[in-house]
Design a protein around this ligand. Structure first.
Ligand SMILES: CC(C)(COP(=O)(O)OP(=O)(O)OC[C@H]1O[C@@H](n2cnc3c(N)ncnc32)[C@H](O)[C@@H]1OP(=O)(O)O)[C@@H](O)C(=O)NCCC(=O)NCCS
Length: 150
């Protein structure tokens, strides 16, 4: 298995599989801005030439920057095989190289899979009320890179 930079063909494939991979309509999450304008650090994982996972993430412009994971998705039949961990490790390396002080991601309340994954790869989690607007709490995941990557 390997990770590499996303292509337009990969983005098109993400759009075509995302509802199935999420088990519900999720196409709005794959906004094209995360390929065209913010896709410089976006990644796919592939095995034997097939996409088994993707990470739409970007590095924010402030100093020090933050590495932000907008969306990560793994093929339903490839979960718990370390694909998400591999993508996070690859993106984390890029964030360290770019001088990021921290990494961040969010998820809706109740996304237990995301919460367990982030805990499993060593990120902190906090419930933040009104994060996405009044009555719209979110799980906010963070990882400090201040001491580098272990
Ligand atoms: C969440 C998701 C990205 C995890 O990807 P994954 O490739 O299955 O995760 P990994 O195999 O790399 O897991 C790494 C560690 O996270 C933890 N973990 C991951 N999924 C878990 C689960 N469902 N239950 C418990 N622990 C879990 C484990 O500690 C695991 O390590 P281990 O397998 O050695 O015990 C994947 O399940 C997914 O695509 N879910 C649907 C989309 C989604 O919710 N995305 C996140 C919000 S945007």
């Amino acid at each position: 298995m390997q990770t590499r930079r996303i292509t337009k063909g990969d983005f098109d494939q993400i759009v075509s599989v995302i509802d199935r991979w999420w088990g519900a309509p999720a196409g709005t999450l794959a906004h094209p801005i995360f390929f065209y304008e913010l896709g410089q650090h976006a990644l796919v994982a592939e095995e034997n030439g097939s996409m088994v996972g993707f990470l739409l993430g970007f590095i924010t412009p402030e100093l020090p920057p933050t590495g932000y994971v907008h969306l990560v998705g793994i093929h339903p039949e490839q979960r718990r095989h370390g694909v998400g961990r591999l993508l996070y490790e690859a993106f984390t390396r890029e964030c360290v190289s770019a001088g990021c002080a921290m990494m961040k991601a969010i998820a809706p309340m109740g996304n237990e899979g995301s919460a367990r994954f982030h805990a499993g790869v060593g990120w902190n989690v906090e419930e933040v009320q009104d994060y996405a607007g009044p009555g719209r709490a979110r799980l906010v995941f963070t990882r400090s890179l201040a001491k580098g990557v272990s």
